[in-house]
Design a protein around this ligand. Structure first.
Ligand SMILES: *C/C=C(C)/C=C/C=C(C)/C=C/C1=C(C)CCCC1(C)C
Length: 250
């Protein structure tokens, strides 16, 4: 019963030229498949990396669940599933902050780094949500407040204590992975504020980017940001195992 109703939910309504709609389906499946991969690989990595891989899988799994809803929402309304995106982000973005903490823990990261980053991400997402929904006529003001949270995260990973810990690790494998993650935060995450600026009422980019196209960019960007982020962590877990055993051999 449940299975048939799940399968029946989406078979109608996806038009042959609804390319934005396609990316909701592809996004769902990519996130789902990535979760299976990360969960299965937990057994292959050394102890201290298992939690990191678990979190990578949880991030893509939470996204997969929301993409499931967002596909339906898109098919039913043809409009942006803004609420679902923010519900997804408020869970997945703090978990990405946890990933930074976990990979730096062995090099002295303290809980206050974790709480600081989670706090910044909540500021960014709660103010962003208010500006995009409740106070849309004042989206510029709320967008600026939200950006303060984003800048806080950027500061931590590019200049602040997170970057200092990564540098002081003297571990090239960690440093490479850390910089890759920092680039995700700077470039990959920048698509979200750019999309926000396309808000029709007072956004700085209104009319320049159609909101409909933003969903396409979000869907592709989300997959890169969440799966790519997890793959960097996976690569770190696998490569640092190799470099550790090479060190033992040498
Ligand atoms: C997987 C989802 C991710 C990585 C989402 C990230 C979202 C942001 C970086 C959002 C940032 C925003 C601003 C910096 C200002 C305008 C409002 C937001 C929330 C779109």
């Amino acid at each position: 019963m449940l299975i048939t109703s799940i399968l029946a939910a989406n078979v109608n309504g996806l038009a042959a030229n609804d390319y934005v709609g396609f990316t909701f389906f592809i996004g769902f499946m990519a996130m789902f498949a990535a979760s299976v991969f990360f969960f299965m690989e937990i057994n292959r990595v050394e102890g201290k990396w298992k939690t990191s891989l678990l979190i990578s899988g949880l991030i893509t799994m939470i996204a997969a669940a929301h993409y499931w809803y967002m596909r339906d929402y898109w098919l039913a309304t043809g409009t942006s599933p803004t609420q679902f995106r923010y519900i997804d982000w408020i869970l997945t973005v703090p978990l990405m902050c946890v990933e930074f903490y976990l990979i730096l823990k062995a090099f002295g990261a303290k809980m206050d780094l974790l709480w600081k980053m989670i706090f910044y991400s909540l500021v960014m997402l709660i103010f962003g949500y208010l500006g995009e929904t409740v106070y849309r006529n004042n989206s510029v003001l709320w967008g600026i407040l939200s950006t303060l949270g984003y800048v806080g995260i950027l500061y931590e990973v590019w200049l602040g204590s997170a970057r200092q810990l990564a540098k002081s690790s003297n571990d090239p494998v960690l440093l490479n992975a850390f910089s890759a993650l920092a680039w995700f935060v700077l470039v990959g995450w920048a698509i979200y504020p750019i999309g926000y600026m396309a808000i029709e009422t007072d956004g700085w980019l209104r009319g320049v980017i159609a909101i409909k196209n933003m969903d396409l960019i979000y869907n592709i960007g989300d997959a890169i940001n969440k799966i790519g982020f997890g793959l960097v962590i996976y690569g770190l877990a696998v490569n640092s195992k190799q470099s550790a055993s090479q060190a033992v051999a040498a």
